[in-house]
Design a protein around this ligand. Structure first.
Ligand code: CTP
Ligand code: CA
Length: 226
């Protein structure tokens, strides 16, 4: 039996959401990370579960409580996130990558705490794997949605990512706009697809933005798999 709230097209759909920042270790006590709170990704996971989907949430370290009814997979580094996303990818219907994945990590992670010395410290950084781009290359039937948080030229960068990562949609937001971005409870998004006009989601709660994003995502998914 399902309750009236459950939308039939979502029922049993397998959705993987990534959220939060990643953490790239320098030594046992220090790491590189970013300002992602995880709120947008958690809101998407929660709303998708409420719609009746089977949701996996792969999350970097956040202060948030995983939503009820979601399979929660905590990770730390970009590499760990890559492994967990890849091992679950094949059976997914829709993947939504809201995580702020580190682009670089320290080339060496020290086993012991680094001791200070006179003079400067140089930490060599190497690229992490681009998880979403890899999904774009490997996907078969899956619908792929990425995020792009930009400080300038939002449309240009979002369209570039749509193309380069071979995904179905990029949800872009400005990290400088008031009320949008990493830490707050509200967001304003523009959804760019390969076809059709961009869909603008005006400033609203992250839960409401998540609902609207999921609606567009499901329409894309149904259209592709018709
Ligand atoms: N992404 C990913 N793996 C990475 C980096 C990014 O899966 N190593 C995903 C993010 O989760 C997001 C999308 O790619 O859904 C866009 O991330 P973003 O940081 O905006 O784009 P980048 O391609 O990393 O480009 P840049 O940071 O230079 O803008
Ligand atoms: Ca990046």
């Amino acid at each position: 039996h399902f309750s009236k709230k459950i939308n039939p097209e979502w029922h049993g759909k397998k959705i993987l959401v990534t959220a939060g920042p990643t953490r790239e270790n320098i030594d046992p006590v220090r790491f590189f990370t970013n300002r992602s709170s995880g709120k947008m990704g958690y809101a998407i996971a929660e709303e998708a579960a409420a719609l009746g989907a089977n949701v996996i949430l792969v999350s970097g370290p956040t202060n948030l409580t995983p939503p009820k009814g979601v399979k929660f997979i905590p990770v730390e580094s970009a590499e760990e996130m890559y492994q967990k996303v890849m091992s679950n990818f094949e059976e997914m219907d829709i993947v939504i990558k809201a995580a702020a994945v580190a682009d670089y990590r320290p080339k060496y992670t020290y086993d012991q705490k680094l001791k200070k010395k006179d003079g400067e410290l140089v930490i060599e950084m190497e690229r992490t794997k681009d998880i979403l781009k890899t999904l774009g290359e490997k996907r078969v039937h899956q619908t792929l949605i990425g995020f792009a948080a930009e400080s300038e030229k939002i449309e240009q960068y979002a369209l570039g990512k749509l193309e380069k990562k071979q995904v179905d949609m990029i949800a872009a937001n400005s990290i400088v706009a008031e009320g949008a971005g990493f830490q707050g409870d509200t967001n304003e998004l523009t959804l760019y697809r390969k076809q059709g006009e961009p869909v603008h989601i005006p400033m609203t709660t992250k839960s409401e933005a998540a609902k609207q994003l999921l609606e567009v995502a499901m329409n894309l998914h149904l259209e592709k798999n018709k």
